[in-house]
Design a protein around this ligand. Structure first.
Ligand SMILES: Cc1ncc(COP(=O)(O)O)c(C=O)c1O
Length: 439
């Protein structure tokens, strides 16, 4: 019988009452079929067919402490007993904000939301308010949430993407407002000369530059040396707001996010995922002079913002991440480094074209001969993505779950035994994926 029989049965049932049987389009495409899970603890995930997986999807990033971490469970359970939502303030929101202000370079004031998507919207509105300008510079292959003004040129088909030096702003879905799409000026990432030229031509119309500080959503591409500092300089010279979207990198690359790790300070930054132990919480943070506008004339609202459970989870997660001067990051670095090195060694041993790039806490695996992927177009043209999808299914069959786009997340719950088991599965799955002819 099919190994994922029960998942397929449940998907058919789900499709009767849920569009496509899922609740995020990201999950529609999961090969071999969207799976149904029963529970997760530590680094392990269990599905409805009785399989156990070592998990490198980690809920798309948030579960940096591992699933069902005792400190999160305890904090949420205790807080829940005293009420969930007050339509008013409670002390835990101050606790979480104080963590952010202490740890994040640009964070002088904070506001909380439920999702990274919302936090980005708050940042954009703020940038427009303080500059009185409309246009936003963004980069091909970066993801900043699913709303109309940001689902632009995230994965544009190259026949519609325009020339590399002046890409078209390509809508990411049907049903999107053309006016919202037109608010973006799109550039390839890691090319400072093009940013300079765009600002020289249209600087007085540009409210903000928004960028992932590491291009995690496509290739986990690090910034070229001096690139982020260059964006900082250009924004300063033209009075534009630099927004760093740290929804993935925040509390994953380290206690001080990418800003701390890479030595650049944004005006405004957005956080989500790893800051909340798996509960929905996100933040927009930034310089006091800008953020203060939320207390004056810039609207930012939400029924569930800073709800008790999210704040309890965040306070606990940040306390755990900070413990012993960030000891968990040293564990994650060691495990991630072992895994990256191990995958590279297996590929070299078998003479296979496998690229592993990024950071131990979040890296990307691609099937390509290229020595590095430096922007979206190199990723889109240079990688054998169909074979990689086949590899992810071969891994699943061997008890390892990874995201089919190529990104791998590490948690503090991954042990050396998990890494060894994973590398054994990787070797077999690589041989299987490369045994078949190119798809
Ligand atoms: C860099 C970045 N920004 C924003 C978002 C949107 O966050 P959310 O899915 O919580 O709305 C994501 C989600 O993956 C992201 O990776």
């Amino acid at each position: 019988m099919d190994q994922w029989h029960r998942s397929r049965e449940l998907l058919a049932l789900a499709r009767q009452s849920l569009a496509g049987g899922v609740n995020s389009n990201v999950r529609l495409a999961s090969p071999p079929t969207p799976l149904f899970f029963t529970r997760a603890a530590g680094a392990l995930l269990h599905d409805v067919d009785g399989h156990t997986y070592i998990d490198y999807a980690l809920g798309q990033g948030p579960m940096i402490l591992g699933h069902s971490h005792p400190a999160i469970l305890e904090a949420v359970t205790a807080a829940m007993a005293d009420g969930q939502l007050f339509a008013g303030q409670h002390e835990l929101e101050i606790t979480v904000a104080q963590h952010l202000v202490r740890l994040v370079p640009c964070a002088e004031l904070c506001r909380f939301n439920l999702s990274g998507t919302e936090a980005v919207q708050a940042a954009l509105r703020l940038a427009r308010a303080v500059t009185g300008r409309t246009l936003i510079v963004r980069f091909e292959g970066h993801y900043h949430g699913w709303l109309d003004n940001m689902l632009v040129s995230v994965a544009p088909p190259l026949d519609r993407a325009g020339p590399r030096s002046a890409p078209h702003a390509v809508a990411g879905t049907v049903g999107q407002s053309p006016a919202a799409v037109a608010e973006s000026l799109v550039l390839p990432w890691n090319d400072l000369a093009l940013v300079e030229a765009l600002f020289a031509a249209r600087g007085d119309e540009i409210a903000a530059v928004i960028s992932e500080p590491v291009m995690c959503n496509t290739g986990v591409i690090p910034p070229a040396p001096g690139y982020l500092a260059g964006l900082r300089r250009i924004c300063d010279a033209h009075g534009a707001v630099l927004i760093l979207d740290e929804v993935i990198t925040g509390f994953r690359l380290g206690l001080h996010g990418a800003q701390g790790t890479l030595g650049v300070t944004a005006d405004v930054a957005t956080f989500g995922k790893a800051m909340a132990g798996g509960l929905p919480n996100a933040a927009v943070v930034g310089r006091r002079a800008l953020m203060q506008r939320f207390a004056q004339d810039v609207n930012h609202s939400g029924t569930f913002n800073a709800n008790v459970l999210a704040m309890a989870a965040s306070a606990a997660a940040l306390r755990e991440l900070e413990r012993d001067d960030g000891a968990v990051y040293r564990v994650i670095d060691a495990r991630g480094t072992a895994l990256m090195t191990g995958i590279r060694a297996l590929a070299a041993h078998h003479g296979l074209p496998v690229l592993v790039q990024g950071f131990p806490a979040v890296f990307h695996v691609a099937f390509t001969d290229a020595p590095a992927i430096r922007d979206y177009r190199e990723y889109a043209t240079g990688c054998d993505r169909e074979r990689y999808r086949r590899f992810t299914v071969a891994l699943l069959r061997r008890g390892v779950r990874v995201i089919e786009r190529g990104i791998w997340y590490l948690s503090a719950a991954h042990s050396t035994a998990h890494i060894d088991q994973t590398l054994a599965a990787v070797e077999a799955a690589l041989l299987e994926a490369f045994a078949a002819p190119s798809p």
